[in-house]
Design a protein around this ligand. Structure first.
Ligand code: AHR
Length: 508
């Protein structure tokens, strides 16, 4: 078979919401305290804590579009008032959610990273905020007052309080989530879907009275986690939902059969195939969520999906000290492509989490490093345009075996491509994942509807092998290399290296 990729830049398909490349931070284990923030007096839970400048700079370089906070499960035990005002006056508390799970997920909560610190961070990074309110143990009135603190002018009680705390101008938070994973017995405030729908309406009503310009994210669930949840929530509250959230972690802790997890550690070819193919399982689950929305609300409801937690997660150790490999970076790019294909309804994605906890970056003591899954963000946030254009691929396929919650998948194309245009139409980027574990793949390339100049930028995310990983002191083992060959060296044939992701950038 002749492999080929055909791009037609004149066939525009969808707008890609840049928020799909978003992040998530939560006061869990060492994501915020000990991760984003360094303890200046190690051993003293109350700090003082300061931002890790080098790590923040690495995050800024990857142009994060949105950062979700404060949770996660932590959000449903979080009282925002404890995290404002002079830091030395804030209470040192038990972490209301994660202390239930043992000392390692952090028992103490110093509250020094609160609303103003989060907003200052988001602003410094040039991101958008996305705040999740406490529905589990909090009230609609508290949530409304939080909106006033964030968005009110100084002639409101909370807006004045914010100004007294040093920020005169409203922060202007548009996107608000109400509760987290309420379908789960593990969530604080777990409820039935109809009850949740009613509480969502109560919270939204109170918050909207303070600011009428907000977007609300409701708790959704894929069928694997809670069959029937979405349809019931939508039938109670659908008219008032802007985005429905979905969380997907694969292979998933629920199927924690020892055999599966020791296989992941050993990294056989079957495990490699299952993981690089698993974005297709994401796609299947997200399409089912779209089906739920359409079934209850009709095809033009405009309700989008926020994949506001996602990642690979297979064991508690890997949760706390992840060692991401090149294989996992290919998985992340695969999820990006799946979200591109579903951009008509997937409007946000927030990988869990930014630092340490399944972290895109890891930090300890005075050091940090950029993991293998940091580089997909660096690549796509900088190079992908907002318009998806037609790109089709002819290539061999393979089958992937079951791995925990990832079912066996047949007919997985070895190449996965996605093409985007810049908003001025002058830059065309073609992303190609070569999922083959060992083989480079020569591919015919045909590009229509775009008059490129004489050079092509080539950016390639790769490493010495699919199991290559970054670590402290060696965080470019897996990384991106860039070059600028003549167009004639790339078109009409290009060889995509084994286990890599290539971005070909053509400019008018
Ligand atoms: O990301 C870690 C946790 O996983 C989040 O707090 C929760 O929402 C999910 O179950």
């Amino acid at each position: 078979m002749e492999n080929s990729i055909k791009v037609d830049a004149s066939r525009s398909l969808d707008e890609i919401d840049p928020r799909i490349y978003g992040h998530f931070i939560e006061n869990m284990a060492r994501c915020i305290y000990g991760g984003l923030l360094r303890n200046e007096r190690p051993g003293h839970a109350s700090g003082p804590w300061s931002l890790r400048e080098g790590l923040i700079e690495a995050v800024r370089k990857s142009k994060p579009p949105v950062i979700r906070w404060p949770g996660g499960l932590y959000a449903d035990g979080y009282y925002w008032r404890e995290g404002i005002g002079p830091v030395q006056d804030r209470p040192l508390r038990r972490n209301r959610y994660w202390s239930r799970c043992g000392p390692i997920t952090r028992v103490l909560d110093p509250n020094s990273f609160g609303s103003d610190e989060y907003m200052a961070l988001v602003e410094a990074l040039g991101s958008e905020p996305y705040v999740n309110v406490n529905l589990g143990t909090g009230s609609a009135m508290e949530a409304a007052r939080w909106v006033e603190y964030m968005n009110g002018t100084q002639d409101t009680v909370e807006g004045r309080r914010r100004a007294e705390n040093g920020r005169e101008k409203p922060w202007g938070v548009r996107t608000w989530g109400i509760g987290n994973e309420m379908y789960g017995l593990w969530a604080l405030g777990h409820s039935r879907p109809d009850e949740y729908g009613q509480r969502f309406l109560e919270f939204r009503g109170a918050m909207e009275e303070v600011d009428g310009e907000l977007d609300f994210v409701a708790v959704g669930a894929d069928r694997y986690l809670s069959r029937g949840w979405n349809r019931e929530v939508l039938s109670v509250a659908g008219e008032k939902i802007d985005l429905l959230s979905v969380h997907i972690y694969l292979p998933g802790l629920e199927r924690m059969a020892g055999v599966c997890y020791s296989r992941v550690r050993r990294g056989s070819s079957g495990v490699y195939r299952a993981i690089v193919a698993s974005p297709l399982e994401f796609e299947r689950r997200l399409l089912e969520t779209e089906e739920d929305i359409n079934a209850v609300m009709g095809p033009d409801s405009g309700i989008g999906v926020a994949l506001d937690e996602w990642n690979l997660w297979w064991s508690p150790t890997q949760l706390l000290v992840p060692r991401w490999t090149l294989r996992d970076a290919l998985f992340v790019c695969g999820v990006f492509h799946a979200m591109h294909r579903m951009s008509r309804f997937v409007k946000m994605g927030n990988i869990a989490q930014l630092v340490n906890v399944l972290g895109v970056l890891s930090a300890s003591g005075d050091r940090f490093y950029r993991s293998a899954i940091y580089y997909p963000f660096l690549m796509y946030c900088r190079l992908a345009g907002p318009e998806r254009v037609a790109a089709t691929c002819r290539c061999p396929d393979f089958s992937a075996p079951r791995l925990g919650g990832i079912p066996p998948i047949e007919d997985v194309p070895v190449l996965d491509c996605s093409a985007t245009l810049a908003s001025d139409g002058k830059v065309l980027t073609l992303f190609v994942i070569n999922r083959h574990m060992t083989d480079d793949i020569e591919t015919g390339l045909s590009i229509k509807g775009f008059g490129a100049g004489s050079g092509v930028e080539v950016h390639c995310l790769n490493g010495p092998g699919p199991g290559a990983f970054n670590w402290y002191g060696k965080d470019e083992e897996v990384s991106i290399t860039s070059s600028m060959p003549d167009t004639g060296d790339v078109l009409p044939k290009y060889t995509f290296p084994a286990h890599s992701v290539t971005a070909l950038v053509l400019k008018v």
